[in-house]
Write a protein that binds this ligand. Structure first.
Ligand SMILES: O=C(O)CCC(=O)C(=O)O
Ligand SMILES: [Fe+2]
Length: 314
């Protein structure tokens, strides 16, 4: 699936942009349709409470109206639980179209060339539907809604996964452009973990990223960006008039820690033990429902190792 040249570039640079991986008609249109239904369900609920205007139609307009009204669509649309305050009612989204995307054969072929054929889908995964920056509230700090600060993905998992062979796969649902807030990376800088600090987001400590070396990574809808877990990356702000929509997924070699053991993982591909592969989206959803129920009655589990009082963060 990847050419030897692409694999060599990934190993050298720590990232790779690959266009035309996910089919529009077969994979992304169903995802859009699934989210349109979800948006309408959420909107009806807010309408019933008088929280949003009733003359707004369409996914994008409804999402922006909900944001302006202070109604949260992020967590109900996310394919994960939050890092804190999990209750029995915490909303999340696990549906057939998203499952088909996460387990897409072409996507897994690509992952297989980098980490081998025994592939686990990790629970560190998000949807990011980013409104134009000019429509965001002044204090908006969430990396799933506004810009993302510089970080390494290895650093947002726990230490137990520091040796895990994993890759991040970032999927462009809308075209990702420099204007609408595509990813940017510091190529070649993936030899070691940099200190991070719990700022508004967990981010690389001041002075460790030279932004003059940042390379933006535009990619068309259906294309993906693959990231080494140690490559520093961030997103640009969305300076366009439209939404910037992506998913980010992570895959590791089966049997190695995901770095977020309290959330569910599943086997996405396994020539060695095909019977272990999860094929039913309902089973995926149920794993997350069970995790939510368990975590809602447990003490909080940190998802990061970084402390604001460490020397690098002073
Ligand atoms: O899309 C973004 O803003 C950030 C994504 C990211 O950090 C990731 O995919 O690891
Ligand atoms: Fe990241």
């Amino acid at each position: 699936m990847l050419t030897p040249d692409q694999i060599a570039r990934f190993r050298r640079d720590g990232y790779l942009v690959v266009e035309n991986i996910l089919d529009q008609a077969r994979v992304l249109d169903p995802v859009r349709a699934e989210y349109a239904v979800l948006m309408d369900d959420l909107y009806e609920g807010w309408l019933a409470k008088g929280r949003v205007p009733d003359d707004v139609a369409g996914f994008e307009a409804r999402l922006l109206a909900a944001y302006a009204a202070g109604c949260d669509w992020f967590q109900p649309m996310d394919i994960s639980l939050p890092g804190d305050r999990i209750t029995m009612d915490t909303p999340m989204h696990f549906g057939p179209a998203v499952f088909d995307m996460v387990t897409d054969g072409r996507l897994l072929d690509l992952v297989e060339t980098l980490i081998g054929p025994e592939i686990t889908s990790t629970p560190i995964q998000h949807v990011r539907i980013k409104p134009p920056a000019k429509q965001l509230a002044p204090g908006e700090a969430r990396a799933h809604v506004g810009g993302t600060d510089w970080h390494q993905d290895r650093a947002v998992a726990l230490e137990e996964a520091d040796q895990t062979e994993m890759v991040t796969v970032w999927i462009a649902v809308t075209d990702a452009t420099v204007e609408n807030g595509c990813l940017q990376v510091i190529p070649h800088r993936h030899d070691r973990m940099l200190p991070h600090c719990p700022k508004t987001q967990t981010a690389i400590a001041d002075g460790h990223v030279d932004e003059r070396h940042a390379v933006p990574l535009p990619v068309r809808s259906g294309g993906v960006v693959i990231l080494d877990p140690l490559v520093p990356h961030a997103s640009l702000p969305n300076l366009s008039d439209g939404l910037r929509w992506s998913f980010d997924l992570r895959f590791n070699r089966t049997g190695q820690p995901t770095g977020r053991a309290h959330f569910p993982e599943f086997v996405a591909r396994s020539p060695r033990a095909p019977e272990t592969v999860l094929t039913d989206w309902r089973a995926w959803r149920d794993l997350w429902r069970e995790a939510r129920a368990r975590l809602s009655v447990q003490p909080h589990i940190d998802i990061h190792r970084w402390r604001s009082d460490s020397p690098s963060c002073a």
